[in-house]
Write a protein that binds this ligand. Sequence first.
Ligand SMILES: NC(=O)c1ccc[n+]([C@@H]2O[C@H](COP(=O)([O-])OP(=O)(O)OC[C@H]3O[C@@H](n4cnc5c(N)ncnc54)[C@H](OP(=O)(O)O)[C@@H]3O)[C@@H](O)[C@H]2O)c1
Length: 327
Amino acid sequence: MIPKSMKAAVLTAFGAPEVVKIASRPAPKISGNQVLVRNIATSLNSGDVRIRSKNVPKGFKFLLSLVFGFKKPRKEVLGTVFAGEIVKTGADVTSFSVGDLVFGSTEMGMATHAEYVAIKDSKAIAPIPSGISPSDIASLVFGGSTAVYFLDKLKIEKGERILINAAAGSVGIALVQIAAVLGAEVTAVASAKNHAFLRANGSTHTVDYTTTDLTKLAPKFDVIADCLGTMPYKRHRHLLTKTGRFALISGTMGETLAAPFRNLFGSHAIIGGTSLATKKGLLELVKLIEDGTLRPVVDKEYPFKKITEAHGYVDRGHKRGNVVITF
Ligand SMILES: NC(=O)c1ccc[n+]([C@@H]2O[C@H](COP(=O)([O-])OP(=O)(O)OC[C@H]3O[C@@H](n4cnc5c(N)ncnc54)[C@H](OP(=O)(O)O)[C@@H]3O)[C@@H](O)[C@H]2O)c1
């Protein structure tokens, strides 16, 4: 039986973690081409806390406010990732049935920090592969999809040298795992407490950003992936080989706007953009999980009722991999 109401983590304002409050809301109603998923696990990602706090790279606050609201949040419930069981299907849905275990992402639709999630069957939703838990798959969607999006464009070849900044985070660790399997020589930037963990995940070299001047690293890299915005292209381009590629995963508006001009007039390729999960992308992710390339890294798992506490933890900016919320 599907209840009329559900518990949701409601964004009551923009600000500190305490603005997120669990409240009762109507359970979503589905249309003909949608399915209703009872959430078993979701993840709390850097994207969610960026929207909640409006703590975004320089130049992006106005754009974020345009989309998500200036004073009052337009999206009442955050969260993009879901993993759970289908409890209802619309009349036109043929690819899923009640009882299927599925995972995916609502992307800009958000609203997955709630007990029930509605999504069109043609969107980013796929079956959970057997042998993987809803928590583990929920942990892999955000960082994994982002890593796959950038690696598709970076076209890394065996033996190439890649430097990954903020390598111990959600996006960084997925990049480390996949790049290592592709045969790249991975240099991972993180604080010393994460170095053994990063080597265990495939890094050949580790660099401690708290004690090392990153502008002085040598020898040169074929690829730099900056997952945090603390290694701007302008100050680190000399670390790249003549035809090196720079993944602008997190950067200021200025860096983002300069990228097309730098691509036109410079010898380096700057690869930016926003990764949005798709059904095709999720199926690619499943392949990488099944062949052992991508492995879940769950730093902490919180019960849904402690989601405000989880926001506080992610806010600190030092999570290792992912934070999962279970229902
Ligand atoms: N372009 C896109 O489509 C896209 C998609 C997803 C995310 N993003 C962006 O990618 C960025 C990373 O996201 P995420 O989810 O991976 O973040 P995250 O998981 O919150 O990152 C946490 C990691 O950052 C590391 N860190 C903190 N300060 C650091 C510093 N000064 N230097 C190096 N590492 C540092 C921490 O390692 P230590 O504890 O060792 O310091 C920690 O492991 C975010 O800015 C997000 O907005 C972009």
